[in-house]
Design a protein around this ligand. Structure first.
Ligand code: GDP
Ligand code: MG
Length: 683
């Protein structure tokens, strides 16, 4: 690789596989070689590492920059918990490659599967790292096999461990055909490359052969050398591996034991060698607001400024810190930019680059890079930042629908305003967290993706923001939809302050495919009904859709088309058309056989074999359906779907059926027609 390139990478792992430990080691070794150069005796380095651990910076910073052999690596934090899939997805959006960490003992676990498939969805090239080679039961090759079987991946070992468990001593680099051995006295900072011992020769040759066999058909140059029986240079192997990795056809596999400081430096080399630099990627696709069509934006430094806010963290002193990933052009500190989603000019007061131990003020951030903007007032996670002259909106992030809501009440009335402020801050940070004030009761209602999600946020409100608050019982947020296509004409006529307000519209209301969302279109020409009046109908319809039509829940997957309108220059008003839109929608939906929809959750339970029967029973009794059971050596993985409504308190139930040995994760899957009480809730 040429020098001074950038990598935007994420480290993804099942909980406990060693993401935190490995990240800390990466920051330690990169910091050591380029930033903390003066720290060079063992004790001092250890101190530094412990301080870092205590401060927990790798967890709290959404993107941390470090340097390795002249290259810049931005490590984007990806949360491990599958209940926060939205968090995982939004970080996958902005990274260009990832290191997938697996535990050498437990292998590919259900959550790693979920995250792996998400990474496929976002086309993220990956390298893999099999960690904990020092643990009892470590089995490198079995992890490789599981990657093939469970993930459908094509792993290709580029290293082979020397020994395992307490005998894990180093690594055979099968690209360079050398052994790498670490000096345990030096915290793993010192390591040597030595010729492969005669004892390890057969193993090394076997895997070298495997590597060459896999790669030779993928490069003409390599095929030729191979056929001529010539030595294949490591640079060629690396470059073919790089191409195949970036194209997501192969996943190079590394190994190590991060806790023992073994294996991390070659992994960092692998990040540089095999994962793409931003400018190598195809142009980014966005939506040109003015031209109303898709455009491709080159990832060039000279282009118009274009970036995406992918995370907001509130800092007590600095205020909202907006993490931005730049795709094109440059943003400068002290300059006004344009928030394309909010249609608002915003000012960059300061730009920061976050490092492991500190942050650094910078003047500008350019295409391919990541920085923190201080000063944005209206930005939310997912907003595109650009210029007024070049309004291209990057694809919105898709966040799951909130499925659970709960009333929250301040301990004292005087804390109510503070609570509202905090709810505002938190919902800017987290696009799957919403709050509203009930128009009738004045109650504050918060909603999110599950019990755990709400718990975490309520804890933050109380502990971090010191607002006394208590919450009620969680409720499922239903949706409503229609099941029939209807045509409805609404005539509206009111006399307000002696003036006539008249409107007539014909709406077509029909069900859309599940998961589409609501859609309003107009087929009425602007000659027949002036644009401001069409907009008024749209406002009326959209307002009606959000607040619920028949049962009072938000509408879902309803398509509304304005088919016809009667307009009178003298008596028609925008107000009348807006009202006709909202009342007309209501009446049309009543005719269109309204249905109530309930959220169905995907549940993955892991439990020891002896509890399987009871666990399945429990799920069935809650109205759930078991879809698949995977048997592992000692445990069963049960995949099921069940209505959220019946899953409240499941963690307690599972704990008691499995004597505390079962674990589960739950995430929103889809909405489904709720049958029993379909009519009971009609207002
Ligand atoms: P995360 O949940 O993926 O962030 O995992 P952590 O980095 O917090 O590690 C989980 C546990 O595994 C901790 O107790 C670590 O000390 C331990 N651990 C991490 N890496 C290794 C390793 O290479 N070998 C061993 N034996 N334990 C490790
Ligand atoms: Mg961790």
């Amino acid at each position: 690789m040429t020098t001074d390139t950038t990598r935007n990478i994420g480290i993804m792992a099942h909980i406990d596989a060693g993401k935190t430990t490995t990240t800390e080691r990466i920051l330690f070794y990169t910091g050591k070689s380029h930033r903390i150069g003066e720290v060079d005796n063992g004790e001092a380095t250890m101190d530094w590492m412990e301080q870092e651990q205590n401060r927990g910076i790798t967890i709290t910073s959404a993107a941390t920059t470090c340097f390795w052999k002249g290259h810049k690596i931005n490590i984007i934090d990806t949360p491990g918990h599958v209940d926060f899939t939205a968090e995982v997805e939004r970080s996958l959006r902005v990274l260009d490659g990832a290191v997938a960490i697996f535990c050498a003992v437990s292998g590919v676990q259900p959550q790693s599967e979920t995250v792996w498939h998400q990474a496929n969805k976002y086309n993220v090239p990956r390298i893999a790292y099999v960690n904990k080679m020092d643990r009892v039961g470590a089995d490198f090759l079995s992890v490789i096999e599981e990657m093939e079987k469970k993930l459908g991946a094509s792993p290709i070992p580029v290293q082979i461990p020397i020994g395992r468990e307490s005998d894990f001593a180093g690594i055979i680099d099968i690209v360079l055909m050398e052994e790498i051995r670490w000096d345990p006295e030096s915290l793993g900072t010192e390591f040597v490359r030595v010729p492969i011992s005669s004892e390890n020769q057969p193993l090394a040759l076997k895997w070298r052969q495997h590597l060459i066999d896999t790669l030779s058909s993928r490069s003409e140059e390599m095929t030729d050398l191979f056929l001529e029986g010539k030595e294949i240079p490591p640079e060629l192997i690396r470059s073919v591996l790089r191409t195949e990795t970036i194209a997501e056809r192969l996943v190079p596999v590394f190994c190590g034991a991060s806790l023992r400081n073994l294996g991390v430096q070659p992994l960092i080399d692998g990040i540089i060698d095999f994962l793409p630099a931003p400018e190598e990627l195809p142009p980014i696709v966005g939506h040109h607001v003015g031209k109303d069509r898709e455009v491709k934006v080159e990832r060039s430094l000279e282009g118009p400024a274009l970036g995406l806010v992918f995370k907001i963290q509130n800092d007590r002193e600095a205020g909202p810190m907006c993490y931005i990933r730049m795709y094109s052009g440059t943003l400068k500190s002290g300059v006004a930019v344009f928030n394309i989603d909010k249609k608002k000019r915003e000012r960059i007061n300061r730009l920061l680059r976050m490092h492991a131990a500190k942050y650094e003020q910078i003047d500008s951030v350019s295409a391919g890079d990541i920085a923190v903007v201080i000063g944005f007032k209206s930005a939310q996670t997912g907003d595109t930042i650009g210029t007024e002259g070049f309004q291209v909106m990057l694809e919105r992030m898709h966040f799951p629908e909130p499925v659970i809501s709960v009333a929250i009440e301040p301990k004292t009335l005087s804390e109510r305003d503070k609570l509202k402020e905090v709810l505002d801050l938190l919902s800017r940070e987290d696009p799957t967290f919403f709050w509203k004030e009930d128009a009738e009761t004045g109650e504050l209602i918060i909603s999110g993706m599950g019990e755990l999600h709400i718990d975490v946020l309520v804890t933050r409100i109380i502990d971090d923001y010191k607002v006394g608050a208590k919450v009620g019982k969680p409720q499922v947020t239903y949706r409503e939809s229609v099941s029939k296509e209807v045509l409805h004409t609404e005539q509206y006529s009111r006399i307000v302050a002696g003036k006539e307000n008249v409107a007539q519209i014909t709406l077509e209301v029909k069900p859309l495919e599940r998961g589409t969302g609501n859609r309003f279109t107009s087929e009425v020409s602007k000659d027949k009904l002036p644009q401001p009046f069409i907009d008024a109908v749209k406002r009326g319809v959209e307002g009606g859709l959000t607040s619920g039509v028949v049962y009072g829940y938000p509408a879902y997957d309803i398509g509304v088309t304005l088919k016809d309108a009667v307009y009178n220059q003298l008596t028609s008003t925008e107000l009348a058309f807006e009202a006709a839109g909202s009342i007309g929608l209501d009446n049309a939906c009543r005719k269109a056989e309204p249905v109530l929809l309930e959220p169905v959750m995907q549940i993955d339970v892991t439990c020891p074999k002896e509890f399987m029967g009871e666990v399945i029973n429990g799920i069935t009794m809650r109205g759930g359906m078991v879809q698949k059971i995977d048997s592992k050596a000692a445990v069963e993985l049960i995949h099921a779907e069940a209505p959220l409504e019946r899953m409240f308190g499941y963690s307690t139930a599972l704990r008691s059926t499995t004597q505390g040995r079962g674990t589960y994760s739950m995430q929103f899957s889809h909405f489904q027609k709720k049958i029993e009480k379909a009519v009971a809730g009609v207002k």
